[in-house]
Design a protein around this ligand. Structure first.
Ligand code: ADP
Ligand code: ADP
Ligand code: ZN
Length: 220
């Protein structure tokens, strides 16, 4: 399966990603996690992207696509992938489509998680993430078993610098201007599956599984 998770910041993409990737046995690829890893380790790429991510601006398409292809061309992605946070612009979507075509591959579905802005603000201000594996938590909606410690990998749970209020508003605006047009782009290609992301985490997960199952059986 080749899948994309689409949705505004705070919609729940990262939260849903691990169970979808596990169920379909595909690699979960989060461009945000890749960038944060490089920033944390102060690599050359990290130095280039820090300025953008800190301010809630998009990393330029060319650089982002280069990182994504480097990842998608590895052996472990040949059986499929789940992209989380990519594509985020029409140009990224076109580059992805063209690149897959050249490799004789195509997307199976795009899952769009829909959540209104008021809820996004509340989710992002309470979001905490694992500093090692990126797993998201929330001060009210999702606590780890042991405070401050990631359930999945034992890493330290921290607040992202770009989850502070001024940057969050900027990121939601960037989403509306640059990423929201992708909803129509994938609708036109009959790939879009919309899910109501305002429900509880487990309910959203079941809805994603159900809609993916009915979409794949329709294909056969
Ligand atoms: P995204 O990856 O789309 O930016 P996250 O998965 O990081 O979003 O979720 C944003 C925040 O909202 C996290 O703190 C997460 O725990 C919380 N969250 C995610 N899904 C839900 C949900 N369905 N209900 C309540 N809180 C949620
Ligand atoms: P969120 O889960 O809150 O939507 P991400 O973790 O996906 O945020 O991304 C964090 C930041 O990394 C973005 O604000 C942006 O600066 C950068 N980034 C991630 N993915 C992309 C992308 N596809 N194109 C450009 N910039 C990106
Ligand atoms: Zn972790």
């Amino acid at each position: 399966m080749r899948l994309i998770l689409l949705g505004p910041p705070g919609a729940g993409k990262g939260t849903q990603a691990s169970s979808i990737a596990e169920k379909y046995q595909v690699e979960h690829i989060s461009t945000g996690d890749i960038f944060r890893y490089h920033i944390k380790n102060n690599t050359e790429l990290g130095k280039k992207v820090k300025e953008y991510t800190d301010n809630g601006k998009l990393v330029p398409d060319e650089l982002t696509c280069e990182i994504v292809w480097e990842r998608l061309d590895r052996e472990d992605c040949q059986k499929g992938f789940l992209l989380d946070g990519f594509p985020r612009t029409l140009q990224q979507a076109e580059i992805l489509e063209q690149g897959l075509k050249e490799r004789g591959q195509a997307l199976d579905s795009v899952i769009s998680i829909e959540v209104p802005n008021e809820i996004l603000l509340e989710r992002l201000s309470g979001r905490r993430v694992c500093n090692s594996c990126g797993e998201p938590y929330h001060t009210k909606n999702k606590s780890p078993k042991v405070e401050g410690v990631c359930d999945t990998c034992g890493g330290e749970i921290v607040q992202r610098k770009d989850d502070l209020e001024a940057t969050v508003r900027n990121r939601i605006q960037v989403y509306e201007e640059q990423t929201a047009p992708l909803i129509d782009y994938y609708k036109e290609r009959d790939l879009l599956l919309s899910v109501d992301g305002t429900k509880a985490i487990e309910v959203v997960r079941e809805e994603i599984f159900a809609t993916l199952a009915s979409f794949s059986s329709k294909d056969c």
